[in-house]
Design a protein around this ligand. Sequence first.
Ligand code: ADP
Length: 525
Amino acid sequence: QFPFGRRLPCDIYWHGVSFHDNDIFSGQVNKFPGMTEMVRKITLSRAVRTMQDLFPLEYNFYPRSWILPEEFPLFVAEVRMMKDSDPSWKPTFIVKPDGGCQGDGIYLIKDPSDIRLTGSIQSRPAVVQEYICKPLLVDKLKFDIRLYVLLKSLEPLEIYIAKDGLSRFCTEPYQEPTLKNLHQVFMHLTNYSLNIHSGNFIHSDNVNTGSKRTFSSILCRLSSRGADVKKLWSDIISLVIKTIIALTPELKVYYQSDIPAGKPGPTCFQILGFDILLMKNLKPMLLEVNANPSMRIEHEQELSPGVFENVPSPVDEEVKVAVIRDTLRLVDPQKKKRKDINIRYNYFMCHRCQTLEHVSEANEELLDAGPADRREYGTTRSPEAGLPSLCLKQVFPKYAKQFNYLRLVDRVAALFIRFLGVKGTTKLGPTGFRTFVRNCKLSNSNFSMASVDILYIDITRRWNSMGIDHKESGMCLQAFVEAFFCLAQKKYKSLPLHEQVKSLIDFCEYHLAALDEKRLVCGRG
Ligand code: ADP
């Protein structure tokens, strides 16, 4: 541990909370710049909403949400409209303060007028969300799932999911929300940090029982009841990939700002904690993403009143040790070197058999197999020999083909970053925006440069007035995305939004490539 920093370079830097170093020039860091900001309740809701605007069906795994205080009037209006169109709809909503954790400040309401607008909401922004009233119950209790996800690289995108996670149980039998039980946190909130204080919390040394169990034990139960567990896993993988696709555009803006391309800097990876709720029909719903999930493998036990002791928690240990161990195996800087040596050794062995085809086959087999399944060849005995097989399963780029069509905002972010100009910024100035419009040939007789300026000022002013980030002036990525959607709607009127946006991206990329080509030719000339 180096609480005051360390001068000598390391292969891997493991930070406790967030990325905060500007003086690391090599190696790998276990946090991405901007991740903590990105997974806050408001930012996550905004990023998912952009994707819901483009792909409503694909992103229906996140409850309908409104951002307070600014969307309070919209919340009231939309709820009224939905109630008018379906009088039998009796919703419940959950209000969650932004930046809160461990259930802090969360409460349930039946009607928008029940929001505590006085005082705290003004000083503490929040998200209000449709409450999922029919969760899947096990032993009559509500529970949620904590899954660990490794974002190994942003560019190219590489995602791994841990094969097992934790299920955290409520400690009072669940009832659908009524005015009488709305405040009963041990019934409605699954947070470990809350339920541990209920007299009913059960610590268990068995991963199949108690108030915290492994997710695999739940899957076994479901499977024995005849549930389609394979489909459930595939829905969870899809939820994780889609959520990360919603986060990557802004993460890339933060990344280029903190670690500019072409300058020496570290690469990043990060373990994320995904909180997922299963609905009664087994549909997984995303509750939130944690940038700094707890990796504790002990829990506190009260020996006598007021006297606590840390005791090992076998459930936590089983899941979390594997996640950390395999993250280190995957990012191990020595691994690539060993892989190269193994490939060369294989080539030599197979050459002796005079069958060159075997070389590529053998290599593929080697790379496909998890390190523990790998046979040892020659002298480069892997230090991983004898370790259990990897608990982290690659899902991206493995399933990239199925999801790449969703990565439209990533391409909009690439345009944004191109016009940011001076490295180290996250906001686009008016000149940058004009250059973008001009270089992409977007202005014409119907859309003058004066209208371009008005669009810039209108949207930028509104986003900046929401008070997200006052450090820099200019247009943030979300504001640029909104302006881009506006331009797309103007240009390709009759298409659905995602096709309008895709057409405009293609159009811009085409003109920019032509411009690059022209510059290259001129340069040569
Ligand atoms: P925190 O960061 O404070 O833990 P969460 O968003 O995880 O906030 O919410 C806390 C708990 O509230 C969750 O673990 C879950 O049990 C419950 N919860 C949150 N959102 C919903 C929802 N939309 N529907 C049903 N239950 C929810």
